[in-house]
Design a protein around this ligand. Structure first.
Ligand SMILES: NC(=O)c1ccc[n+]([C@@H]2O[C@H](COP(=O)([O-])OP(=O)(O)OC[C@H]3O[C@@H](n4cnc5c(N)ncnc54)[C@H](O)[C@@H]3O)[C@@H](O)[C@H]2O)c1
Length: 352
């Protein structure tokens, strides 16, 4: 495999992937870009990069010798930065979610369609170990035909919402951690939705980002129902990121006490020796020890492995622009449904 040169823009979350890329034998981190010169300098030192590898101007980084661009910037920048990178012939790994409005989603789809390089949305939850294991069991028919799933993602980050870019991000806009795994399990996409939750009692100045909590109901093309509960301000510690899925032959439920813990399964053709309790862990026991450097167990490592494989084999990335939009657009429409008092709205599949 060729050694790929990686450039990262946004040295906050972006460096989580950077750490994994810098330890990977087939990639090297050669450039960083950030508007914040102090953060840029500090991260440059951490990655052992000289000043000429550090860029405050994104276009300058795109003009340098990088093959892959990792977008770790706030969501409102993802669309234009994706478009510029793809026009410059770079592969793009873009943090979640893809964009915060429908027009930007459409612009991204057009840019990816025109480009010969790869785009992948970095939805790390799809790569948590138990999520990937459930995927194999569901695809093997263990729960039969899925007809219902739910995901609760309640993560209090008030200090990151108040006065920052997240002040404008409605809870349901950040729905890919919830919809990503469920749509992968169901091999499906959303066609309709409704939602509730449009008030902020937790802050003096109400913004979309500090709406207390939102809950959405989604209907899929195959006729399944999905419920998503989302909040960035509700006080609950540790954060809740839980999933359950029901099918014609059984069900799977994750832990409600963090990303690790004890979950539950019921399979109709269940062997009592297998037990109903299951271990929930985001760590893949087969990944190397250094693989846990990305911040969420081994999920970022396995995601990067898939992304690199798609580049190397010239195949469709596991979370390509179609799947990336499938887990982004429904949240935008669901928030609109909540604002309009809980109407049902059609969800366009802009990649069709
Ligand atoms: N997958 C996950 O688990 C996870 C976790 C946290 C954040 N995220 C995602 O990561 C992304 C970044 O989130 P964050 O919390 O690190 O954001 P942040 O506000 O901390 O910003 C990250 C960095 O980007 C820089 N930046 C902002 N605008 C820029 C621009 N136009 N050009 C260059 N640099 C710019 C900032 O100076 C900062 O250093 C978002 O898409 C977020 O949703 C994902």
């Amino acid at each position: 495999m060729k050694k790929y040169k990686v450039g990262m823009v946004g040295v906050g979350r972006g460096t989580a992937y950077g750490t994994v890329f810098s330890q990977h034998p087939d990639t090297e981190v050669v450039a960083l870009c950030d508007l914040n010169s102090e953060a840029l300098e500090k991260n440059g030192k951490d990655f052992g990069l000289s000043d000429k590898c550090l860029f405050e101007n994104y276009e300058d980084m795109l003009n340098s010798d990088v093959d892959i661009v990792v977008l770790g910037t706030p969501i409102p920048f993802h669309a234009q930065q994706t478009i510029s990178a793809m026009e410059a012939g770079k592969h793009v790994l873009c943090e979640v979610t893809a964009a915060d409005n429908l027009q930007d989603c459409i612009r991204m789809v057009e840019a990816v369609r025109k480009s010969k390089t790869k785009f992948m949305l970095a939805e790390n939850c799809n790569y948590m170990h138990f999520i990937a294991e459930w995927n194999k069991e569901i695809k093997a028919g263990k729960i039969g035909t899925p007809f219902y799933a739910e995901a609760d993602y309640v993560h209090e980050i008030r200090s990151l919402v108040d006065g920052k870019w997240r002040a404008n991000r409605a809870p349901l806009h950040y729905c890919s951690h919830s919809l990503g795994p469920i749509l992968m399990w169901m091999d499906d996409h959303i066609v309709r939705c409704t939602a509730s939750g449009n008030q902020s009692r937790s802050f003096e100045v109400a913004t979309d980002g500090n709406i207390d909590i939102q809950v959405a109901l989604f209907e899929t093309a195959k006729g399944a129902t999905i419920k998503v509960l989302r909040s960035s301000v509700a006080l609950r510690h540790p954060a809740l990121c839980s999933y359950s899925i029901y099918g014609t032959k059984g069900a799977l439920e994750s832990s409600r006490s963090g990303y690790n813990g004890t979950g539950y399964r019921y399979f109709e053709d269940y062997d009592p020796r297998e037990g109903r309790q299951i271990e929930i862990s985001y760590n893949d026991p087969n990944a190397p020890r250094s693989a846990a450097a990305g911040g969420h167990g081994t999920s970022e490592y396995n995601l990067i492995m898939d992304f690199l494989r798609s580049i190397e084999e010239d195949s469709t990335p596991a979370i390509d622009i179609v799947r990336g939009m499938d887990m982004t657009v429904p949240g935008l429409i669901a928030h609109e449904a909540a604002k309009r008092g809980g109407v049902w709205l059609d969800v366009p599949r802009i990649t069709d």
